[in-house]
Design a protein around this ligand. Structure first.
Ligand SMILES: CC(C)(COP(=O)(O)OP(=O)(O)OC[C@H]1O[C@@H](n2cnc3c(N)ncnc32)[C@H](O)[C@@H]1OP(=O)(O)O)[C@@H](O)C(=O)NCCC(=O)NCCS
Length: 335
């Protein structure tokens, strides 16, 4: 077996990575969503502005046994790196994962980073005995935080949406208005949206790991929207605007992948600290779910993930009907 960096222009190799990823998810993840080889390849070939990544494959002759991808933020959180690692189910328990981790750690050290942060998904109730948990412990990774993955079945009961919309409107009063945008927010709102979403890493509970705010700019956001358009992804963003100032004070994003016509990602949600306590989190979520039902009523599931010690966000999700499907161990190793 040899470990080499991957030439992402090599279509046959990228097709093998797709197969490893899909086959791994099929046995190791609970109820995964679908994605096409084209979506997978486009994501692998795209980098979010302000970060770079290294892709390593473990191969035996022409066969890919497993691979790892390591990300390095370039403008903030400069001590950190993130990585994912997949071993094809037919080649597990033969040291492939261990060889990849060893190489990943070397790359992380060579990049001058001191913290490696992978995440491992496990079925509920298997935080200690799932293969990924055992593997991580064996390699000296500690659980810094545990996140819970939840799903919401669509359509949401209209009475539930009506009830929470009414209570949110009462708490918001006349001080805020709501907007929902498709395909990204308009130009004038982009700086405000970036400021709010950059706080997410800082404000969302993250256990033993201290994150700095992120640095997305309106130009980065424009590039992200272009990338999503090329993938035929839809994005719905609900904003709460403070009427007195016109400032964006809360947002939430739903993303509809093209490759799985029934699935929706619930991504970031944040209310600026000085505007918390007015049910704006619930207000933007309900507004976005209503827009989703209008845009694409064939979608069946919304998937989200929250730290288990984030009662504010989890409370909103549970009220809306989200149910636990999986857990994610947020792992850390100091290198
Ligand atoms: C976790 C994963 C990467 C392990 O890959 P692998 O090639 O099978 O790992 P290795 O053969 O190097 O295993 C090293 C050690 O990890 C532990 N381990 C790995 N799989 C295990 C399992 N199914 N049960 C118990 N322990 C296990 C053992 O201690 C093993 O050593 P041993 O075989 O000498 O007992 C693989 O199962 C996988 O791709 N899972 C899905 C994606 C994922 O969870 N990635 C990891 C995120 S940290």
């Amino acid at each position: 077996m040899e470990i080499t960096t991957v030439d992402r222009g090599d279509d046959a190799l990228v097709a093998q990575l797709y197969d490893v990823c899909r086959s791994s998810d099929a046995v190791s993840r609970v109820d995964q969503f679908d994605y096409t080889p084209e979506e997978y390849a486009a994501n692998l070939r795209w980098s979010f502005p302000g970060e770079h990544d290294v892709l390593l494959a473990a191969r035996d002759g022409g066969t890919v046994l497993g691979y790892a991808q390591v990300w390095f933020p370039e403008r903030d959180n400069l001590d950190k790196s993130w990585f994912e690692l997949f071993v094809h189910p037919e080649h597990r328990r033969q040291g492939v994962g261990s060889a990849l981790v060893e190489r990943v750690e070397r790359v992380v050290r060579d990049e001058g980073r001191s913290l490696a942060l992978p995440e491992a998904f496990v079925p509920p109730g298997h935080r200690d005995d799932a293969p990924a948990a055992r593997f991580a412990a064996r390699h000296g990774y500690e659980v810094a935080d545990t996140e819970v993955v939840r799903s919401l079945r669509l359509p949401v009961d209209a009475a539930v949406l009506d009830r929470f919309e009414a209570s949110a409107r009462e708490a918001m009063g006349e001080a805020y208005r709501l907007e929902v945008h498709r395909g990204g927010v308009p130009e004038p709102q982009r700086a405000g949206l970036c400021a709010v979403s950059n706080r997410l890493a800082l404000d969302a509970p993250s256990g033993d790991i201290e994150f700095e705010a992120e640095s997305m700019t309106p130009d980065d956001y424009r590039q992200l929207l272009e990338h999503e358009r090329s993938l035929q992804r839809e994005r719905l963003t609900a904003l709460a605007i403070e009427v007195a100032t016109g400032d964006v004070v809360a947002y939430t994003d739903l993303v509809l992948p093209h490759g799985d016509p029934t699935f929706v990602f619930q991504w970031g949600t944040l209310v600026m600290p000085e505007h918390r306590g007015h049910r704006l989190g619930m207000a933007v979520k309900v507004a976005n779910l209503r827009a989703l039902a209008g845009l694409d009523p064939a979608r069946r599931t919304v998937r989200t993930m929250n730290a288990e010690d984030n009662p504010w966000m989890v409370g909103i999700n549970v009220d809306l009907g989200f149910e636990v499907v999986e857990e994610a161990l947020m792992l850390r190793k100091d290198l």
